[in-house]
Write a protein that binds this ligand. Sequence first.
Ligand code: 5GP
Ligand code: MN
Ligand code: MN
Length: 472
Amino acid sequence: MELVEESPYRFRIDRHDPMRVPGVVFASRSLLPDAGEDRSLEQVANVATLPGIVDASYAMPDVHWGYGFPIGGVAATDVANGGVVSPGGVGFDISCGVRLLAADLDRDGLRPRLDALMDGLGEATPRGMGRGAVWHLSDRAELDAVLRGGSRYAVERGFGVERDLHRCEDAGAVGDADPARVSERAIERGARQVGSLGSGNHFLEVQAVEEVYDDTAATAFGLRPGQVCVMIHCGSRGLGHQICTDYVRKMEQVMARHGIEVPDRQLACAPVTSAEGRAYLGAMAAAANYARANRQLLADAARKVFARVTGSRLDLVYDISHNLAKIETHGVDGERRALCVHRKGATRALPPGHDDLPDDLRDVGQPVLIPGSMGTGSYVLTGVPGAPAFASTCHGAGRVQSRKQAVRSERGLDPRAQLAARDIAVRGASRRGLAEEMPAAYKDVSAVVAAAEGAGLCRKVARLVPLGVVKG
Ligand code: 5GP
Ligand code: MN
Ligand code: MN
């Protein structure tokens, strides 16, 4: 894949047939994926062939190989001009995302109670592939309420406070969710998992604010140096996975009828305005609400443990997804157009002044939550005016080793002991599960964030370090 270096943090894949637009990769030279090991840049070029795609097929600095679309990819299509929606551009874990809560407690105050806190959080957080969950739904009607109401429904039922919703993307619930478009199989898989982490890469982490780069933004977000925080990363479990599976299959069947050809079957898609496109978006929104309710319930469980063990409160900083397609208005060639913006392993990053921000964040921009790894650190960023890629940035450090490779490179080492040596308490996860998630499996999150900032996608607000982690 030929890359043209446009600037130190921006590379171009020139348009060649059948690409409709160029590819743009935001990264530093050293972060660029190794073409021999990771074919994600080919995927960036493949995405550029989608009908209706505008501007460019974008990759964030944490880009790596994914199903059809790369993880760390952003692509927008023009709804009124044949633009398509593709389930592979959202991913299997629909609305997987991150929620950050800030405690009225400092790390020094927590130290004597950290072990007890981690024990409590470990017990209160259902995790792994199993079926345990915070919530046991009474019937299908209640699941439908979750699919329509997301975090809003969870708060209505007493699992949180009204203020939480002001600090959630979409005020806690995506509109236009259509539970009737969700298959019975998806419902079955999701019914007993509302309020559960899931496996592997998902986690609930106790962190401390290590460094603040922007006092004004940090203060508006409710963050200060030394403060204890909780970061929750999880998504829509089996329900979202099944919806993605169902609609990839459905779109594969109808693509030819819509006159669409793609270079990779995993890019299966349909026009946004077609029956299949609308059905997918309705089901996707339902899964997004499920994911948000999921994070709301886990946050509520964590709050109860915090109150019991430390006597302190947890206030929501923000909740944002990194696997979603959204219909948004953006300027294209000097015109305001409705675009279907796919962000897969990429985070929306609204700039200061944006209408969709709550009043208390209007002047500073949206909190962007970037997990790094359980052994290193994580970041809080914010959006900047005039950014490229439809106000999007990275979503994490991004994998450099497959799970298998990571396990191989940890052979003979004890991941739990390595983390304990760094004073990081771990609950849950098998030895293999931990080995898959060790820092070496991921890129250097500080380098990723520096590249994203250097590329003009976002700005650093704070860096967080791990104190303890409950792993899925
Ligand atoms: P993904 O959504 O792609 O599964 O994961 C997002 C990001 O989370 C990864 O790219 C990685 O940087 C980060 N991550 C994975 N596990 C952990 C963890 O245990 N703690 C923290 N802080 N970050 C993690
Ligand atoms: Mn996920
Ligand atoms: Mn995720």
